[in-house]
Design a binder for this molecule. Structure first.
Ligand code: PLP
Length: 405
């Protein structure tokens, strides 16, 4: 139960031992302070409710539960959002990435350049087909791929670049496009975290040859599980549609199996959630940006925790508010101790080259920045229901803990 008065708010969990030790008098004296005793502060809370329920109900009652009209509606709304000609639903961002790499026919002997700091599946879709992922370092400020490192990785086997717009920070695609054009490479962007992001006048989803999104519950909009590929290229779109649907397409008025394919269709039950979520995306992003700007203020001048940087023209959607813990070797302990205080925090993401599965993968340089981010990035809670006082509490607890180490 959350008690709120104009003077203080106390979060009360009746089972909380610490709360029971507070007398009524103590609570009364805590004027203009917040006690989040027993309150769980979550990393993220999907913004779903009655509207999603009602559209899912409509789908269930229609009896048409596989991919159908709701998926088409979700696709056209999403294409409009990102400014792309085609949007193709899939079961996840992973399967969206897979059909994109497959649309380019990546296989043994092919090399694809990938940032070392990402979720492993960005590279695994290439490796699953027998291609080679070449790992390069990222920028320490944007956490995105460093184009200078991409240049160092080029060989005559390089077929493409798979940059990641990490945590909702859009890519500056200009330098990557230059490299791709000079060397005849494709760009498949992993924008799992970045629906709604923009760089200058370009929208994520319309900058790369193909862009892949995730609708996992930690992302800005969710369908539970789900994904999307966007592209302006008719041929790539057709290939992607074919592959996700058993390799079928209509030829001479008949469904025929034209290529090797599989089933990555998004059920209309889930697409219905996406249709509603799309209507809310501006509000969700607005709220994320508000939470981020409060953290920015709270962290100004902080001795132990940095602030994520955004350059000119960056419209960051803050899927994750990830910032560096500047006190070395304390991030993991901090996450654990914050958890014990009911505050859910996380690492940023993974440095691939230190994962056992990547031990033999070719890399460029020592990947020092990626390693530092893997060891020290700290993701703060971005739950919709958080109050400014909750955010103040989070920063204070983290700072006090770091001071005590
Ligand atoms: C950068 C990145 N790419 C891909 C994925 C995989 O997305 P999905 O869970 O939709 O397959 C994730 C998941 O967190 C991710 O962070």
């Amino acid at each position: 139960m959350l008690l709120d008065t104009s003077d203080y708010s106390v979060c009360m969990n009746s089972n909380c031992k610490r709360l029971k030790s507070f007398s009524a008098m103590t609570v009364k004296t805590l004027q203009r302070t917040v006690v989040c005793v027993g309150k769980k502060i979550k990393l993220i809370e999907p913004m779903v409710g009655d509207e999603e329920l009602s559209l899912v109900k409509e789908v269930l009652e229609s009896g048409y539960m596989t991919e159908g009209p709701k998926a088409r509606e979700f696709e056209s709304g999403f294409a409009e959002l990102v400014g792309a000609k085609h949007a193709i639903t899939t079961t996840s961002c992973s399967t969206a990435l897979q059909i994109s790499v497959d649309a380019y026919g990546i296989g043994p002997g092919d090399e694809v350049i990938i940032p070392d700091f990402t979720y492993p599946v960005t590279a695994d879709v290439v490796r699953l087909r027998g291609g080679s992922a070449i790992l390069v370092d990222v920028s320490e400020t944007t956490y995105n791929i460093d184009p200078e490192e991409v240049r160092k990785a080029l060989t005559d086997k390089t077929k493409g670049i798979m940059p990641v717009s990490l945590f909702g920070h859009p890519l500056d695609m200009g330098p990557l496009r230059e490299i791709a054009e000079e060397n005849g490479l494709f760009i498949v962007e992993d924008a799992a975290c970045s629906a709604g992001a923009r760089y200058r006048d370009e929208r994520t989803g319309s900058m790369a040859d193909m862009t892949c999104f995730s609708f996992h519950p930690r992302k800005v909009i969710t369908t539970g599980e789900g994904g999307m590929v966007t592209t302006d290229n008719d041929e790539l779109a057709e290939k992607a549609r074919e592959m996700k649907k058993f390799g079928m397409k209509v030829v001479d008025g008949k469904w025929q199996f034209m290529t090797v394919g599989t089933n990555y269709k998004l059920s209309d039950v889930l697409a219905a959630i996406g249709v509603v979520q799309l209507k809310k995306i501006d509000a969700i992003i607005g709220r994320r940006r508000e939470l981020a700007s409060i953290y920015d203020e709270l962290l100004e001048g902080n001795e132990f925790i940095g602030r994520p940087e955004t350059g000119n023209g960056v419209f960051h959607i803050y899927q994750t508010y990830a910032t560096l813990v500047t006190k070395e070797n304390s991030r993991d302990r901090l996450i654990k101790d914050m958890g014990e205080r009911g505050i859910e925090t996380q690492i940023g993401t993974y440095s691939l080259h230190v994962q056992p599965s990547f031990s033999n993968v070719r890399r460029i340089g020592d990947l020092e920045r990626s390693t530092r981010l893997f060891e020290n990035l700290f993701a703060l809670p971005m739950a919709n229901s958080m109050t400014p006082e909750d955010q103040e509490f989070v920063v204070k607890e983290a700072t006090d803990l770091l001071k005590s180490y």
